[in-house]
Design a protein around this ligand. Structure first.
Ligand code: ADE
Length: 426
């Protein structure tokens, strides 16, 4: 159990290795670095406590450094028990003096004690990846909610939870749906999840994806990315969906689309990215091939029904390779589960590359600045807010420039044409 101390990390001696990793990631985060530079001068968060619950990675460390540069007193805990990079956590605590509470593999009790610790500091701003902090601020720790001026949310699942809370009429804190910004989900969810999920599967199993049948469960932004990357590696991709438009899109993108009951018999590798529970369930395991590999890249570890799988298994061999559990079924076949059904990209690999987190975290940093300034003027309503378009324009312009690309500008005639209705068929 964590005590109320300045940090709770695995081993502070890992700080040196962690710092190297954080500095390496910084090289690929030019937009965030430019924002940090400005924050250092303007100190938009001066006097504010900020508590974040996010995957503790080298990229997140750069976001924490940026918020600190802006004058925030920052605390960080993990948003998933299995995704903490212990060396990075150590470096944040030791080198950056961020109150860090995160240990890879922490049990549920420790996980929640860490969340409590960052809330009990009494933050004015919070930042979530999955809405666990905001959830506590509406239940057990509601007494800390009135001090919170705004909360930022990083991921699809978190935004869904927050919108449900808003719909019930019980939301008490203004929240900013950072995930819904184009500069976040179109890049992070698609290219980030696409690449890092395959990276996690390959690191865990050493599978050759060429020629394999990969079943992508869910065709949202993450599913689109995973499917296109798997196809690029030479896999035969099957998509399963519940939404007809997304199913149609997958079909026209060139994939086979079918119900899970059928896909279960064909797949070699299954990847869930739906945000929903039990999308691979008992009846599906029953018909899978010997040697099928099952993993998840959605936020929570409930997409694969591991309780059903455990009941169907005769024996489980844990850690036959790092992050791989073998379930030996009663009939004798094996099914491999990666990273205990938790986010395979962050548990078995390093999460999304820094270059794409640069955009997500630049959007986070600017959204936090916007929220605190608006709150200071008393004009930040209690609701789920979209990220302002000006922030999206600024992040995408800076990112394009950092990649060495330029785009055109509308001419005055083009602007006039777009603003008028009078010119029709000529
Ligand atoms: N989510 C996915 N990849 C991530 C990363 N590298 N850092 C933080 N959060 C992430």
């Amino acid at each position: 159990m964590a005590k109320a101390k300045s940090h709770h990390v695995k081993d502070t001696k890992l700080a040196k290795a962690g710092k190297k990793r954080v500095d390496w990631a910084a090289r690929d985060m030019p937009v965030l670095s430019a924002i940090a530079e400005r924050f250092r001068k303007e100190k938009p968060f001066r006097g504010s406590k900020m508590s974040a619950c996010m995957h503790v990675t080298a990229e997140t460390a750069n976001l924490m450094r940026t918020l600190k540069a802006g004058g925030a007193d920052v605390a960080l805990c993990a948003s998933n028990p299995l995704t903490t990079q212990d060396d990075v956590a150590a470096s944040l605590a030791v080198d950056d003096k961020v109150a860090t509470y995160a240990i890879r593999g922490e049990d549920s009790k420790t996980y929640y004690s860490h969340l409590r610790l960052v809330i009990e500091r009494g933050p004015q701003l919070t930042m979530d990846d999955g809405a666990d902090l905001v959830s506590l601020l509406h239940t057990d720790l509601a007494k800390y909610a009135p001090a919170v001026r705004a909360s930022m949310e990083e991921t699809t699942t978190g935004v869904i939870r927050l919108k449900a809370l808003e719909k019930e009429g019980n939301l008490t804190i203004p929240v900013i749906a950072v995930n819904d910004a184009d500069t976040k989900h179109m890049f992070d969810n698609r290219y980030g999840t696409g690449q890092s999920t395959l990276d996690g599967i390959i690191r865990a199993t050493d599978v050759l994806l060429a020629g394999k049948t990969v079943v992508v469960v869910g065709y949202g932004w993450c599913g689109r990315g995973v499917a296109s990357r798997a196809a690029g590696m030479g896999s035969h991709v099957i998509v399963t969906e519940v939404n007809p438009i997304r199913g149609l899109e997958a079909a026209m993108d060139g994939y086979r689309v079918m119900p899970m009951a059928k896909a279960a018999k064909e797949g070699d590798v299954f990847i869930t990215v739906t945000g929903n529970r039990h999308v691979i369930a008992g009846q599906h395991f029953a018909v899978m091939k010997h040697g099928a590999t099952v993993c998840n890249s959605g936020h929570f570890d409930l997409e694969i029904d591991l309780v059903a799988l455990t009941k169907q298994a005769k024996r489980i061999n844990r850690n036959v390779r790092n992050c791989v559990d073998e379930y030996i079924m009663k009939g004798g076949k094996s099914i491999y589960v990666l990273a205990e059904g938790r986010l395979v990209n962050l548990s078995a690999a390093e999460g999304h590359p820094a270059s794409v987190m640069d955009m997500s975290f630049a959007t986070q940093a600017l959204a936090a600045e916007w929220a605190i300034r608006k709150s200071a003027k008393g004009s930040l309503e209690v609701k789920v807010h979209d990220v302002p378009e000006s922030i999206e324009a600024s992040v995408s312009t800076l990112k394009l420039a950092s990649m060495g690309f330029k785009i055109d500008k509308l001419t005055p005639e083009q602007k006039e044409y777009l603003a008028s209705w009078t010119i029709g068929t000529t």
